[in-house]
Design a protein around this ligand. Structure first.
Ligand code: GLN
Length: 441
């Protein structure tokens, strides 16, 4: 009820939830209460969770923040969602996001932007903006977000909460509406590291539905107290001075805790965003081909023939950014340009991955600020997509390399806006990363 009160008080302005399952949540709470009394409750008994509009939940709408899926009802639940329900969590509603997860500010949602609870003139970050603000404003305890290039960590940083992107292949993508399948991950946004850990433990592991899932997770590697930061990141010209100072304080704290912290070089820093945007637009142009007005969602009225049906449906249903990415992706996959862009980007992805893993064979963690700036003003970046893409510089490395990343709060800047600190570690070493995250919060 206290979370519903927060929703009633703030959601109209913040626009974090697109739909609130009020009666259902209360009914579930009463059921769980009875189970607790009977001693038969699951491990998440009573945990109040919100889910990003990109995740399927049986019998409920999933619009992916898009007009093209308006009125779509899921016929099955995402594995991650189902596993929360199986452990007696309470799902309180469906959260606003950038259309198909494409964006960094939540301004690409067909259902309007999400406002930052710290200051309504600023964006929430994206694409899981609704999920981050819902936790920030106490509308739920945990949100399930998705992260393809930073969409959990970036809004978590902008909103002063915790965001965990798991290793690619740890959590099933079954029931996640695809953006870029070789990058997409599902993870929690929370106020406490312990809640993020608990939720990850429940949602991870094989379900027989996602062929990219790892069936045998490697054993944990112990923490050798060695940390690297990438010099090109920490010295980047876009880094806001106050963020740099807060980051340096964290480095000092880590040294106090007995960690060695070294600066290392990373020769591919300028290749991170081009690689990410070539490959993700390619994958998304292919994934989004299924939205044709025939199978689900929006269909144009009175088409003259089948081609008109496809064209007009997609023109009316997809927003500007999604159309831009489909065109870019189709271009880099086209016969004449495939080798020059798509194949080249795949090769660079491997170089980035190899170099990242080489650093992580010497060090336990790579640390950085989560973002180079605090939240943008609403509308500040919407006119220039390249400026918008640049904001993802520090987060995409984890997705390009497939490794886990955690954003934890790093205090407020002088304007009162939250800053975020990012930890990355080797594949499947989430436990170690969460342990250190807990020590630092
Ligand atoms: N901002 C990035 C993009 O627009 C990341 C999005 C995401 O992680 N879903 O692609």
């Amino acid at each position: 009820e206290s979370h519903l009160d927060q929703i009633h008080a703030h959601n109209e302005v913040l626009n974090a939830f697109l739909e609130v399952y009020e009666d259902e949540a209360i009914a579930q709470a009463l059921r769980v209460d009875a189970k607790i009394k009977a001693g038969s409750a699951g491990k998440l008994a009573g945990l109040v969770v919100g889910i990003k509009d990109l995740l399927c939940y049986k019998g409920h709408h999933s619009y992916a923040g898009s007009k093209i899926l308006e009125s779509f009802t899921s016929t099955f639940s995402a594995t991650a969602v189902q596993r929360l329900l199986d452990e007696d969590a309470i799902i309180i509603g469906r959260q606003n996001c950038d259309e198909f997860g494409m964006g960094s500010t939540n301004e690409n949602s067909a259902y309007g932007p999400v406002l930052n609870f710290a200051n309504h003139a600023y964006v929430a970050g994206g694409s899981s903006g609704g999920s981050a603000v819902a936790v920030q404003a106490g509308m739920c305890q945990v949100s399930l977000g998705t992260d393809t290039g930073g969409s959990i960590r970036m809004p978590a940083a902008f909103c002063g909460v915790i965001g965990l992107k798991p290793t690619y292949g740890l959590v099933s993508r079954w029931g996640l509406i695809s953006y870029a399948s070789s990058f997409d991950t599902i993870g929690p946004i929370a106020s406490h590291v312990s809640d993020a850990r608990l939720v990850l433990d429940m949602i991870k592991g094989d379900d027989g539905q996602d062929s990219t899932l790892t069936s045998s997770v490697p054993p944990p590697i112990s923490d050798n107290r060695r940390i690297a930061y990438i010099k090109e990141v920490v010295e980047h010209s876009s880094l806001q001075p106050e963020i740099k100072a807060a980051f340096e304080e964290k480095v000092a704290k880590l040294r106090e805790l007995g960690y060695t912290v070294d600066g290392v070089g990373f020769p591919y820093i300028d290749h991170l965003l081009p690689t990410y945007y070539v490959l993700t637009t390619a994958e998304s142009s292919s994934n989004l081909a299924r939205f044709d007005g025939v199978k689900y969602g929006h269909r144009t009225s009175n088409p003259t023939d089948l081609i008109q049906l496809y064209k007009r449906t997609r023109q009316e249903g997809f927003g500007e950014e999604v159309q831009r990415r489909i065109m870019l992706g189709t271009f880099v996959l086209s016969a004449d340009y495939y080798d020059a862009y798509y194949t080249k980007a795949q090769k660079v992805r491997r170089l980035i991955q190899d170099k990242t893993l080489a650093i992580l064979s010497d060090y336990d963690f790579i640390i950085s600020p989560t973002t180079s700036t605090t939240a943008y003003r609403l509308g500040e970046k919407t006119l220039d997509p390249i400026q918008m893409y640049l904001g993802d510089l520090f987060t995409v490395q984890a997705n390009v390399a497939g490794i886990p990343g955690l954003s934890i709060p790093m205090g407020l800047d002088s304007a009162g806006l939250p800053m975020g600190f990012q930890l990355m570690t080797g594949p499947f070493q989430e436990a170690k990363m969460l342990d250190l995250g807990e020590k630092l919060t």
